[in-house]
Every structure is written in C-alpha cells, then in structure tokens.
Write a protein that binds this ligand. Structure first.
Ligand code: URA
Length: 270
C-alpha cells in the first residue's frame, strides 16, 4: 500500500527551518558527556536508552528538542555541556592524533585511562599537535568550536616553545625569525625569540604550521635536538608532571585562552 503524502506537514527538508534541528541519539549522548560515542552506541544496542518512554533501537534515532531521554531509567540532561579544557603534559614518544582513535601509542592512550568519571563520558579532541618527539603542553577539549578557535591563525594565540639546539645560538643568528622568514610553505609571521643560553632558544609563535619551530631554527643553522611547549596563551604547563593532566578553570579558558565557551550546564535530574 502506498502512503498518501500528509499535506498538513511541510516537506521533510523544510520541517526544521528556523528551528533547532534534532541531534541523533548517540551523538547527543556523547556531546552531553554521558558516554563517548562508541559506548553510547553499545548502550543503545543493549536497550538501555529510551526517548520519550520508548526504548531506542538505533544510534541514529533523532532526538527532537525537548525530548526526555533516559539511560537505565535515569533522565539525562542533553543540553550542550560546559566547555572543558584539559592541559596535558605530553611525554616524548607518543603520537598526537587529533581524534580519539583505536590506535596504540597515541596521546589518547595515555590520557583517557586517567580521567575521573565526571570527565570520562565526553568525546575529547586534541587541540592541534606536537611532533612525536616533542614534549609539553597539549590541550584537549570536549568542545569542537574551541579546537577551531585555538588552532586558527586568526586567533593569534601565542604558543611558547623551548628548543634545545645543536649549534651555538646568539641574537644575530635568530634575527631572521624575529623579522619574519619565508619557509617552503610560505611566509612565517615574525616570532618572539629569546636566546636563553647558547643551546637553548625560546620561540613564541602565533600560528602553528607543521614542524614550524624546527623548520625556522633549522633554516638559520640551529637544528633542533629537543622541543618542549611551555605555554599556550597564558596557560603555562608549570608543575603538571609528564604524562598527566589538569582541568583548566573557566577563568583560564576565558582569559588565558580567550574563549567564552559554554556556560555551566544544569546537573542531570533523576
Ligand atoms: N613546531 C615543531 O617543529 N614541532 C612541534 O611539535 C611543534 C611546533
């Protein structure tokens, strides 16, 4: 039997015009920090999740605005969660992947097992990358808009690196970095450079291109032996031990990283 079109409803593509579009269920649960998306799918498949009183069978089921979603019978608050940013001290030898991947040897493998339950449910994104042999401050967030903000060259968020170099550094040698030099992928913005001692150079960039610090120092005859990121914006790595993390305060995110973020979400109600 063919169904007659329902003339009382606008066509499907116009139905959400000017309104909030429904999210799909597994993504809504991941965004709200209830589960990472793969675990949300498993919970849906196990029949643990309901929308407006009906057990949801599909991870892609739409969640209309205002719907009541329950997990194991408990009502879940699905509004966008507060922006969270973690400052992680990346050790040498682990890969920076930007997405949570089922690969070994990545920063996610070191970070995720340490997260307490109130942070473990979010889907975390690495904010930019550090080379596998680089160490230091790598931010993670549950807010993909923050990734775009912090990694955009237009934001001009300063990133401070300390490079240990093979040959002898002095002010004359690093001058081209201060003036702005041309790399093989185009001109680099002038950097702030301080020679701390003859083998230690501090470089602050407001952009983040592939291997940028190594390429800039290499171009002036100072090949990099080790590279460490000390700060992003005015957030410093300070005393976070290698391989561990600290949750940044809302003030650090707002002022130190120049991001307004999302306001604190209401606590889920039973
Ligand atoms: N610049 C580099 O060369 N490497 C990094 O890891 C970060 C910036």
């Amino acid at each position: 039997m063919t169904r007659k079109p329902d003339k009382t409803k606008p066509p499907r593509h116009q139905r959400w015009e000017g309104k909030e579009k429904p999210d799909w269920l597994s993504r809504a649960l991941a965004r709200a920090g209830v589960f990472p998306q793969d675990e949300a799918e498993a919970a849906i498949n196990a029949g643990r999740v309901s929308i407006n009183g009906r057990v949801a069978k599909m991870a892609l089921a739409p969640v209309p605005p205002g719907a009541t979603v329950r997990v194991d019978g408990r009502v879940i608050e699905l509004s966008a969660p507060t922006t969270r940013v973690l400052a992680f001290h990346k050790p040498a030898g682990v890969l920076s992947s930007t997405a949570r991947q089922h690969r070994t040897g990545t920063v996610f493998e070191v970070l995720l097992p340490q997260l307490p339950t109130d942070l473990a449910g979010y889907t975390w994104h690495a904010v930019g990358r550090l080379d596998v042999d680089s160490t230091g401050l790598l931010l993670f967030t549950n807010d993909d808009k923050f990734v775009a903000h912090a990694t955009s060259p237009d934001t001009r968020l300063p990133k401070r690196y300390v490079a240990t170099v093979f040959s002898t550094a002095d002010d004359a040698r690093v001058e081209p970095l201060r003036k702005g030099m041309t790399l093989d992928d185009g001109p680099a913005r002038p950097a702030q450079v301080r020679v701390r001692d003859e083998h230690t150079v501090e470089v602050t960039l407001t952009e983040g291109r592939h291997h940028q610090v190594k390429r800039m120092l290499g171009a002036v005859g100072l090949p990099v032996r080790a590279l460490h990121r000390e700060a992003v914006g005015s957030v410093d790595l300070l005393d976070i031990p290698e391989g561990t993390f600290r949750l940044l305060t809302d003030e650090e995110v707002r002022e130190g990283l120049r991001y307004e973020g999302r306001a604190a979400a209401a606590e889920p109600q039973d």
